[in-house]
Design a binder for this molecule. Structure first.
Ligand code: AHG
Ligand code: MN
Ligand code: MN
Length: 341
């Protein structure tokens, strides 16, 4: 791999890894390639967002009732079009579409995969040039043929065959797993290729960063309040107080904690019993990645990947990151869940 230049591109890596799946016909590899091409196009637009009239709100609401920015729409179109014409995907569930987008073309009729996607994550950061991302999850279809059906997406996270995210930051990275470890690639804009820069990523078992929107403190469950206080107490032996870091882009916050060690939390709040984040295209893919990197992802009481989905856009509380940190907050959730203060 990469013998000529000393670098390994994402394309080379995907082909080399095909041997991990002896019966595979290269379909998943082609699907990942399609996603990476769309990601490069989105990256191009993200980079010039400050220069053209693509910034700002469109004045529409998405199915979640949140305002949609122009780049959300653009990114959604790019991924849907790359997946529709690639021939390996029979349907897409996107944050930006209320219903699944079934692919009706002749070549996609027997496609084996469906993709759930948050095309642009952290969209409130677009206007201020802060990092944003794309998060995706790939399942093998369960319906027999034709355009995808809802049942293809109503699978537990444990059934994912691949998942990844792209982070459009100071440099652009694509990180993904197919269940055999996690690998990270950085886009070299001079050659237009994602290059392997972070092979076999492992999240530290313990970290000293906690990431949460503390403005909502008042509305958090008691267990979360106790854990935040724990993070803030001075204790030399356990390296506390921890640092608080919160960008407000899940993909970017997750990425930092994956590399440095830490925990990201979006709990239930007094006004939203299931928090904010979406199970299918935000929590499950990152949960798959974090587990593959040796970390943990929980809704406070159970493993994210074990949740049986019932709706396309359902939400779940999320605690994700270094194994021992997630385990501790789970302990506090359990201890204080029945108490009312
Ligand atoms: P999206 O832009 O796809 O709607 O996702 C935004 C999400 C997530 O990226 C981020 O961590 C979280 O919302 C931030 O929410 P708060 O502003 O409530 O902290
Ligand atoms: Mn999002
Ligand atoms: Mn989004």
């Amino acid at each position: 791999m990469g013998a000529v230049s000393g670098i390994t591109t994402l394309g080379q890596f995907i082909i080399a890894r095909q041997k991990d799946f002896p019966y595979a016909k290269g379909e998943l590899s082609r699907l990942l390639r399609d996603i990476s091409i769309a990601a490069k196009i989105v990256n191009r637009e993200v980079n010039k967002a400050g220069l053209v009239d693509i910034l700002g709100e469109m004045g529409l609401m998405n199915v979640q009732g949140e305002s949609v920015k122009k780049l959300d729409v653009f990114a959604n179109e790019q991924f849907i079009s790359a997946l529709s014409y690639g021939g390996e995907c029979c349907g897409i569930a996107s944050e930006e579409n209320e219903h699944i987008v079934g692919i009706h073309s002749e070549i996609s009729k027997y496609a084996n995969y469906v993709v759930a996607i948050d095309p642009l994550d952290g969209s409130s950061n677009i206007d201020v040039n802060a990092p944003i991302g794309t998060i995706f999850s790939i399942y093998r279809r369960v319906s027999p043929y034709g355009p995808a059906q809802l049942c293809d997406f109503m699978q537990k996270g444990t059934e994912q065959v691949a998942a990844g995210y792209v982070m459009y930051g100071s440099s652009t990275m694509l990180v993904y797993t197919t269940g055999k470890g996690v690998n990270g690639f950085t886009l070299d804009p001079s050659i237009g290729e994602f290059c392997l820069t972070h092979p076999d990523m492992v999240i530290p078992q313990m970290g000293n960063i906690y990431s949460i929107n503390e403005g909502n403190y008042k509305f958090f469950p008691e267990g979360v309040k106790r854990y935040i206080k724990y993070c803030q107490i001075e204790d030399e032996e356990t390296n506390r107080p921890y640092s608080s870091r919160y960008i407000g882009s899940l993909a970017a916050d997750f990425h930092r904690n994956l590399i440095k060690g830490g925990i990201y939390m979006y709990p239930a709040t007094a006004y939203s019993a299931k928090g904010k984040l979406r199970l299918l295209y935000e929590c499950n893919p990152l949960a798959f990645i974090v587990e593959q990197a040796g970390g943990k992802a929980s809704d406070g009481f159970q493993r994210i990947l074990d949740i049986d989905p019932y709706a396309l856009h359902e939400r779940t509380p999320l605690f994700i990151g270094s194994h021992d940190m997630v385990e501790m907050v789970e302990g506090m959730m359990l201890e204080y869940s029945s108490r009312v203060d």
